[in-house]
Design a protein. Structure first.
Length: 571
């Protein structure tokens, strides 16, 4: 079975071009404009979404913030400061619906498009369908929130929309004392939004594509998608999120999936994402619990929560494949109370930030430091690489109360101590390789494989047909997210490229020196041979050409100029 066939069909049945392009700029727009060109953008999302019809694209231009955003805000000790309790969103969208075959696209205009916010959420979407959200950058306030501020706000709450601020735990209470206390169950409370702002948060949605977005430094969840079905989360980067929150948050979360129909195949895809450095800096508390665990035990990379029949996830499967997860707090990839999930060809590296970095050696504990499941059913774990810090006995693959489980053809490796494997897995797993995967440069987060890696040619036939970069897996597939053979060949060709061009790898542009290139002379192909020349723009200059590549997805590309082929890598 090749898992990518369905998702590619879904993506390529979307319209080749939008019916109408619309433009919005919070800084330079006006709601008196018609919104039909970059020079006449509207200003507010309420006006912009009223303009949209199925198949349309809305381009976001420049900086967007919530109404009371303060980039240099400093907490002064006033627990009733309104800025701590903002219920604002930077962008709020509700009841926006495209249609089958005619998705509405919300897209960054260029690399200057940034969403920032310090309220409840940066991008909040409710009750919507058939949307594609593409190329957005969401940048939170983690860097502006000292740990002392997060600790000072940790136990504050308000009841029933009151402005009377209370403490769950009195100031000055020691950690040991908190651990011995019993608390009343609380309902209908609010807590400070400033240290729990979420990045992208969608609820009650279906047929949603989240493609190539970057969410980082949000103090609460980075990505959160709830009550959903038919969701594609592909090619995103989520990092440095969840760090200041009091609620035990994570980097990328899908929770309470809700079946849209009775289809039994893969319907929720989490593919080719880079999820890293998402961890908690303070321990969390729940208003629904009578105790507080005074240990940091959350802060996962990809966390799948309560996706089971009791939450109306009755039909369909998750596919979590080709993701790279590293230096998250506890677990790179985890499911809790989840049904029908396939974890295939992921690369997980040192997902133990909390133990390895936060806690001293004498206080390290916890098993979930790689790929883990809890209270789940019908789970498949194939072809993954899980590289862990084995100092305190954490498991590269960990299970708890999980039924109908298959584990096969994974590579596990531990450093700093002898590797311990979960006793519940040893009698289930087949063809496990315990060996160093031999990454090219893991210290600098390059998880390509060296030519003598034991992961090469070791995957089973459940491997996706393409890898993290979207390149075809050649011959016998490899373990982990990145296929070896194709990238090694690319590196050899790059050394002999004929034209002087930089940067390579590239991100938003490539500059060709000492050559004049007309737009119709430059052809661009994916590694699979698809012509994507329409996605680039040639900006000619004197004795050089600047090629705008913002619209290209990450991967390997063949650029052809005057009959000479050159290979470039977009990261």
């Amino acid at each position: 079975m090749k898992f990518y066939i369905k998702i590619l069909l879904v993506l390529f049945t979307l319209p080749l071009c939008a019916q109408t392009n619309w433009y919005i700029s919070q800084q330079a727009g006006s709601d008196n404009n018609n919104g039909m060109s970059p020079s006449s953008p509207v200003q507010t999302v309420e006006v912009a979404t009223d303009l949209l019809s199925p198949g349309d694209t809305l381009f976001f231009m420049g900086l967007f913030t919530n109404p009371n955003y303060e980039p240099n805000y400093e907490y002064t000790g006033d627990i009733n400061d309104p800025h701590l309790w903002l219920t604002e969103h930077t962008i709020f969208i509700s009841n926006l619906n495209g249609s089958e075959g005619a998705f509405i696209t919300l897209k960054a205009y260029d690399s200057n498009t940034v969403f920032r916010g310090d309220g409840d959420n940066v991008l909040r979407i409710l009750n919507s369908s058939y949307l594609r959200i593409e190329g957005l950058e969401v940048y939170g306030m983690v860097e502006n929130i000292p740990l002392e501020t997060a600790l000072a706000l940790q136990f504050l709450y308000r009841e029933d929309n009151s402005i009377n601020t209370l403490y769950r735990v009195p100031p000055g209470t020691t950690i040991d004392e908190v651990g011995q206390m019993t608390f009343p169950i609380l309902a209908n409370i609010s807590r400070p939004s400033y240290t729990d702002t979420r990045g992208i948060y969608l609820t009650n949605v279906h047929h949603i594509d989240l493609l190539n977005n970057k969410v980082h430094h949000t103090p609460g969840n980075g990505f959160r998608v709830a009550e959903c079905d038919y969701v594609n989360i592909i090619g995103n980067e989520v990092h440095n999120c969840s760090r200041k929150s009091y609620s035990g948050t994570h980097g990328l979360v899908v929770t309470k999936a809700k079946s849209f129909d009775n289809e039994t195949g893969h319907k929720i895809f989490i593919l080719q994402n880079k999820v890293h450095h998402n961890y908690n800096e303070i321990y969390s508390w729940s208003p629904a619990k009578t105790f507080i665990n005074t240990r940091i035990d959350e802060g996962k990379g990809i966390s799948l929560q309560r996706n089971q029949a009791s939450a109306d996830w009755t039909h369909g499967r998750f596919l979590i494949a080709n993701n790279i997860c590293y230096w998250n707090g506890y677990s790179g990839v985890h499911t809790n109370a989840g049904d029908r999930m396939d974890f295939i060809n992921n690369t997980c590296f040192m997902n133990s930030y909390t133990n390895t970095i936060t806690y001293p050696p004498e206080d390290q504990s916890g098993n979930n430091v790689g790929i883990s499941t809890s209270e789940s059913n019908d789970i498949r774990i194939y072809n993954n690489i899980s590289f862990v810090d084995a100092t305190w006995g954490g498991f590269p693959i960990s299970i708890r109360n999980t039924t109908d489980l298959e584990i096969a053809d994974n590579l596990v490796f531990g450093i700093n101590a002898a590797l311990e494997e979960d006793p519940d897995i040893e009698n289930i797993a087949t063809n496990t390789i315990e060996a160093n995967p031999l990454f090219v440069d893991a210290d600098n987060f390059n998880f390509q494989l060296l030519e003598n890696s034991p992961a090469i040619d070791s995957a089973n036939d459940q491997a996706p047909t393409t890898d993290f970069f979207g390149n075809t897996r050649i011959g016998n597939p490899d373990l982990g997210a990145i296929e070896y053979g194709f990238l090694s060949a690319v590196e050899n060709v790059l050394k002999t490229k004929a034209l002087q061009a930089y940067p390579n790898p590239f991100a938003e542009y490539i500059i060709f020196e000492d050559v004049e290139i007309d737009a119709d002379e430059l052809l661009v192909f994916t590694a699979c041979g698809r012509n994507v020349s329409h996605l680039i723009k040639v900006e000619a200059g004197e004795d050089k050409a600047r090629v705008n590549t913002v619209n290209l997805q990450k991967g390997i590309y063949v650029f052809t100029v005057n009959g000479i082929a050159n290979l470039f890598v977009k990261l």
